[in-house]
Design a protein around this ligand. Structure first.
Ligand SMILES: *Cc1c(COP(=O)(O)O)cnc(C)c1O
Length: 369
């Protein structure tokens, strides 16, 4: 699905130099590389504060901990997402309320969120799934009107832009009160280990989240709140510094592959191609097809026999996961159920060459011929 080796070899000189600089100055934790990465990312995203942390799941948890929510408070999440989004909510004793998503963009809409709001709703976690933004302007307006927090799960869409009605473009993750991202190796901005970041334009929240991520302390050995230990290490920061400078170039390579898939796979009656919301750019964390008429399994096997990887993100609605069965009232959300039956993601990364892309689309065309 990804080719991290080829990307490394292309960037090897710079990445090796970055890693060796950390080994030389022994600033393994909270050193100059971490500080530099934080500043570069603040500038790139156009946010006041970035708080680097250990992974994307921690980012979501720390964000949630900063909002002073009480057990039983409800947090609205899409049912069609990675488990981490809902996991941290349940872990903190809050109630995840799962809502359906839009069939064409795979993302939650304001209508679906509005219908799920109750007096106990305290936060919404829109997930910018597969690399494009949710339609965040009406979601932010609804949240403002209801006095509800918005935490963007931007683990899959770092670098995407959302355009407001007045024409201003803002990076995803910088639109909600808090944005969370992951630097898991296969993410669009991937480290060579775990990493994550939280971002916000609210200085009070930033100070609080910085404190929570650091054992609840501002001053060493004086702990104001019960926090966690969540840090990005220097070696990962050095790698991320090299890659952040190329994030837009990476997105362009992914978009080029997506454009090729779009052109070559158009017109196959049993395939629906991914659609981009008109307010968002798409950085294609995944290129995800919907395969109609029960042909997904056979297509998957056909690709596998040709040596082409493909993946089902995600096979099970969150409310049907064993872990969430007891904590939520399972109800069938029709679009989520349908997507879990139809989605298939194709190889998508920065190193796909013309030969590989042609081979992949020919194999798919042959299957439907
Ligand atoms: C990857 C991912 C996360 C979690 O990130 P980790 O760094 O693996 O903890 C959370 N939400 C979504 C949507 C993700 O894709």
């Amino acid at each position: 699905m990804v080719d991290l080796k080829r990307q490394y070899l292309r960037l090897k000189d710079e990445i090796d130099a970055g890693i060796h600089a950390v080994l030389d100055n022994t600033a393994y934790i909270n050193g100059p590389q971490v500080k530099a990465f934080q500043e570069h990312l603040e500038k790139y995203l156009g946010v006041k504060a970035v708080i680097p942390c250990a992974n994307g799941t921690d980012a979501l948890q720390i964000a949630m901990m900063a909002l002073d929510l009480k057990p039983g408070d409800e947090v609205i999440v899409p049912a069609f997402t990675y488990v981490a989004t809902a996991e941290v909510i349940a872990l903190l004793g809050l109630t995840p309320v799962m809502v359906d998503v839009d069939y064409d963009t795979f993302n939650v809409t304001v209508g679906q969120i509005a219908a799920a709001i109750t007096p106990r709703t305290k936060a919404i976690v829109p997930v910018n799934l597969f690399g494009q933004s949710c339609d965040l302007e009406p979601i932010m307006a609804l949240a403002r009107e209801q006095g509800i927090w918005v935490i963007e799960d931007n683990a899959q869409a770092i670098g995407a832009d959302f355009t407001f009605n007045n024409g201003t473009s803002v990076k995803t993750g910088a639109i909600g009160h808090i944005g969370c991202t992951s630097f898991y190796p296969s993410k669009n901005l991937g480290a060579y280990g775990d990493g994550g970041a939280i971002y916000t334009n609210d200085e009070n929240l930033a100070a609080k989240m910085r404190m929570i991520a650091n054992h609840g302390q501002v001053r060493r050995y004086y702990h104001d709140v019960v926090g966690v230990n969540s840090r990005l290490d220097g070696i990962q920061a050095a790698i991320l510094n090299v890659k952040l400078a190329r994030l837009d170039e990476f997105a362009a390579a992914r978009q080029k592959a997506a454009t090729f898939y779009d052109a070559q796979l158009a017109g196959i009656p049993d395939l629906l191609l991914p659609k981009t919301h008109p307010k968002s750019t798409h950085v294609y964390h995944q290129y995800t097809l919907r395969v109609k008429n029960g042909k997904r399994g056979a297509l998957e096997t056909h690709l596998q026999q040709a040596g082409i990887p493909s993946m089902i993100y995600y096979p099970v609605p969150l409310y049907n996961q064993e872990a969430f069965k007891a904590s939520t009232t399972p109800k069938a959300l029709p679009v989520t159920e349908q997507l879990c039956e139809e989605v298939l993601s194709l190889p998508m990364h920065t190193e796909l060459d013309d030969e590989q892309l042609s081979y992949i689309v020919k194999t798919i065309q042959n299957f439907f011929a």
